[in-house]
Design a protein around this ligand. Structure first.
Ligand code: SF4
Length: 399
C-alpha cells in the first residue's frame, strides 16, 4: 500500500478508546513534518455518504476522506462530528485526524454497482479534502479519477491551495463530467484570518488558487462564509472581499452569516474572549436564541451585501441545500425535471480499470439512459436555492 513505505516517528495501535471502537483502525502515526498532529489511519467500509433529502432536490452524496481538519477554523461547523469518536470538538478536531486510507478503492467498488445513479458527489462539505494531510496521503487523485471514470459529476469546496496539484486531473475530468469548484475565502484581514483560521493557507494564496483554476478554463466560485458579526460584516470589509474575489476571477460568490452550533459556539467564544473580549457580550446577545443569528440580522446582512455583489458584477452562486456545498451544475434546473428513479439509471459507462484513465469523451451533456440525470451548465435555478435566502434549517451545514 502506498502509505506503508513512509517514514514514521511513532506508531501506535488503538491509541484512543473511541477510535479503537471503530475496529478498523490500522495505526496512529505522528511525523516531524506535521508537528502536533496525529493521523489515525483507518480502513473505511464505505466511501459514499448519502445525505438525506431535505428539499425538492433530494440527491445529496458526499465523500469525506478525512475526519477532523488541521485548518482549525474556530467556527467550523463540523467540529461536533468528532464527538462521536470520544474526541473533543476543540483541539482534538484540529489535531487528531482520521484518514480513510482505502477510500478511493472502496469508492471505485461502490461506483461500479449497477444501482449507482451517477448523482453529483460533493467533497469539502464536512471536512476539507485538501487539508494538509492530503499532501501526505494523496487520496484525492484516486477519488477524482474514480468519479470521472464512472461519469459521476464532481463538486469540490476547499480552503486548500493543494487543489492546484490536481488541476490537470480535474481539467481532464471536466471533459467527461461536470466539475464544480469553489474556494472558501471569508476573511480579508490577514491578522484576523491567521487568528480565526490558524491552519489555513492565506487569503492571498487562496485567491491565487481561484485564478489558477480560472486560467485552466474551469469556473470557480468563492464562498464568503461565514461572515462574522461585528468583525467582517462592515461595508468596507465586504466591499474589499468582493473586489478581490472579482479580481481573482471568481465566477460566483456565495455568502451566509455565522452559525454556531453548541460545542462550536463554546470553542468560538473561547477564541473571541481571547482575541476580542469586547465582543463577547454582543455575541451572547445575538446568538441567545440558538445557533443562528436572528432573522433581523440576516435580513440586514442581505440588504448590505446584495447591492455590493451587483456593484462588483459578480454572479450569486447557489448552495446545494442537501450537502452545503456548491450546487452541482449537473443537477436539473427544477424539481419537475428531477430524475425519476436512481435505480433505473445506468446504462453502464466504460470505466477504466487503470484507476487513472477517464474513458471516452461524451460531449457537452451527460445522457445516461431512461430516468437518468441530464444536466445543463449555467441553466437557471430556482430562487429558493439561493444560499443566503435559505431558511435556517436548510442553510449550508458548514462554513
Ligand atoms: S471550516 Fe472547513 S477548512 Fe475550516 S476547519 Fe472546518 S472543515 Fe476545515
Amino acid at each position: 500500500m502506498r502509505w506503508s513505505s513512509q517514514e514514521l516517528q511513532t506508531e501506535q495501535v488503538g491509541a484512543l478508546p473511541g477510535l479503537a471502537r471503530l475496529n478498523n483502525l490500522v495505526r496512529s502515526v505522528q511525523t516531524p513534518e506535521f508537528a502536533g498532529i496525529t493521523f489515525h489511519e483507518i480502513l473505511c467500509k464505505s466511501a459514499l455518504n448519502h445525505v438525506p433529502g431535505q428539499s425538492a432536490m433530494p440527491f445529496g452524496y458526499t465523500i469525506n476522506p478525512y475526519r477532523g481538519c488541521s485548518h482549525a477554523c474556530t467556527y467550523c461547523f463540523a467540529r461536533t462530528t468528532h464527538q462521536y469518536l470520544d474526541l473533543d470538538a476543540g483541539k482534538d478536531f484540529d489535531s487528531e485526524i482520521i484518514v480513510k486510507v482505502n477510500v478511493a478503492e472502496v469508492l471505485r467498488k461502490e461506483l461500479a454497482k449497477p444501482t449507482w445513479g451517477r448523482h453529483p458527489v460533493a467533497l469539502g462539505t464536512n471536512t476539507d479534502p485538501y487539508q494538509r494531510a492530503e499532501g501526505r496521503y494523496r487520496l484525492m487523485p484516486g477519488i477524482i479519477a474514480a468519479l470521472a471514470d464512472s461519469k459521476t459529476p464532481i463538486s469540490i469546496l476547499t480552503k486548500g491551495t493543494l487543489l492546484r496539484r490536481d488541476l490537470d486531473l480535474l481539467v481532464e475530468a471536466s471533459e467527461h463530467v461536470p466539475v464544480d469548484l469553489a474556494m472558501s475565502i471569508a476573511i480579508y484581514d490577514d491578522e484576523l484570518q491567521q487568528s480565526v483560521e490558524p491552519g489555513t493557507p492565506t487569503t492571498k494564496a487562496r485567491l491565487a488558487t481561484v485564478t489558477a483554476v480560472r486560467e485552466r478554463g474551469l469556473d470557480c466560485g468563492v464562498f464568503l462564509m461565514p461572515i462574522l458579526p461585528f468583525l467582517t460584516d462592515t461595508r468596507a470589509h465586504l466591499d474589499e472581499a468582493l473586489r478581490r474575489a472579482k479580481a481573482a476571477g471568481a465566477t460566483s460568490v456565495l455568502y451566509s452569516g455565522l452559525n454556531l452550533k453548541p460545542a462550536v459556539k463554546e470553542w468560538y467564544l473561547l477564541w473571541l474572549a481571547r482575541e476580542h473580549p469586547e465582543l463577547v457580550g454582543r455575541y451572547r446577545e445575538l446568538y441567545a436564541g440558538g445557533q443562528y443569528a436572528p432573522k433581523e440580522y440576516r435580513t440586514w446582512l442581505a440588504a448590505r451585501i446584495k447591492p455590493l455583489i451587483r456593484a462588483h458584477g459578480l454572479e450569486r452562486g447557489v448552495v446545494d441545500p442537501a450537502t452545503g456545498g456548491l450546487r452541482s451544475s449537473a443537477l436539473p434546473t427544477s424539481p419537475e425535471r428531477m430524475p425519476v428513479s436512481a435505480s433505473r439509471t445506468p446504462s453502464p459507462s466504460p470505466a477504466s480499470s487503470s484507476g487513472r484513465g477517464l474513458g471516452p469523451v461524451r460531449g457537452p451533456s451527460l445522457e445516461t439512459g431512461p430516468g437518468a440525470i441530464r444536466w445543463a451548465r449555467g441553466a437557471e435555478v430556482p430562487r429558493s436555492l439561493i444560499a443566503a435566502e435559505l431558511p435556517p434549517d436548510l442553510a449550508p451545514t458548514l462554513f
